[in-house]
Write a protein that binds this ligand. Structure first.
Ligand code: SF4
Ligand code: SF4
Length: 307
């Protein structure tokens, strides 16, 4: 992901070497695919939750999600659906699209290890649709909802073939909500407390199941996700959860598709969760961690999972 170039005044005696190093770094940055990638989708899209749409409830869940700002769903040609949270990472410098913590111990390993050569994020998120990946926003899910049929048990019975779906959605390009410059970074302030969020007229908390962290990679992925303002992690008696506060956006423009409101499904006391989250798990998490609480969380978990 993005390379950090620090323009630094050289101390006495170190000037030529430092200038050379800076020039080398600058040349490397200009040669990188990231240099011409000003929308930085790798630093503005957080994968949250993967599921398969198999029932009417799954489609209703997707519709409900996409009525809120900062969500997008990607459909892979393998049949998996992935929910993405759209917001610039708090460490993304929006003026030059560079990572402010590149190469420091604070940068998640998942970012350090990602190769920009033949970058998947750039390929799928800087175009409307790729041959193997369909992007869904509010207008597109409404269109898709009109194209599918269900059987008597509300299971998906009739779904357009992949190529037909690409054709149907092509006239409705997805909105690019998370592109830098459109959504401002939210800084390093903690997310609002659950008590502050619940009761707000237009904000809903969405819960996504999270595998219990048992390995160093799990902890690293948590650090990456918590770098995005608005993402928190919680633990209830039923398990681990990602917690996202999302704002309802305006209704889909006329003509976009289905007119009915999404059914009020998977709601547990003002929280919304997919079918994979049990009511027990969806009870308001006792502990919420944002990035500020990460070190405490890591210290708590590390004895069991780190070498
Ligand atoms: S999406 Fe890919 S090319 Fe663009 S900044 Fe990220 S790693 Fe670089
Ligand atoms: S820490 Fe944030 S800005 Fe830096 S590379 Fe990772 S996602 Fe991008």
């Amino acid at each position: 992901m993005h390379t950090l170039i620090v323009a630094e005044a050289a101390p006495e005696g170190g000037r030529p070497q430092r200038l050379r190093a800076a020039a080398n770094e600058d040349a490397a940055w200009r040669a990188s695919p990231c240099f011409s990638c000003m929308t930085s989708p790798c630093c503005t899209h957080v994968p949250l939750y993967r599921f398969r749409a198999e029932t009417k409830q799954d489609i209703e869940y997707a519709r409900r999600l996409l009525r809120h700002e900062m969500f997008e769903i990607g459909i892979y040609d393998s049949g998996w659906w992935m929910v993405y949270y759209l917001a610039p990472c708090r460490f993304l410098n929006l003026s030059n699209s560079k990572c402010l913590i590149h190469g420091t111990p604070h940068q998640p390993k998942v970012c350090r290890d990602y190769s920009p050569i033949r970058c998947w994020y750039k390929r799928v998120f800087t175009t409307t649709d790729s041959p193997d990946f369909i992007r869904l926003d509010q207008r597109r899910i409404e269109r898709l909802a009109r194209l599918v049929r269900f059987d008597n048990e509300d299971r998906l019975a009739d779904v357009p073939e992949w190529e037909a779906l690409l054709r149907e959605l092509a006239p409705i390009p997805p909105a690019d909500g998370a592109r830098p410059g459109k959504i401002e970074p939210q800084g390093i302030s903690p997310v609002p407390s659950p008590a502050g969020i619940i009761g707000s007229m237009h904000t809903t908390q969405f819960l996504f199941p999270l595998r219990t962290p048992t390995r160093a990679e799990d902890l690293d992925l948590l650090r990456f996700r918590l770098g995005f303002p608005g993402v928190a992690v919680g633990r209830s008696r039923g398990g681990w959860l990602l917690v996202i506060s999302a704002v309802l956006q305006e209704a889909a423009p006329a003509g976009a598709g289905a007119a009915d409101d999404p059914a009020e499904l998977y709601c547990f006391d003002s929280l919304v969760a997919p079918p994979a989250v049990s009511p027990e798990q969806a009870k308001l998490p006792a502990v919420l961690h944002d990035l500020e609480g990460f070190d405490r969380l890591a210290a708590e978990l590390s004895p069991g999972i780190l070498p």
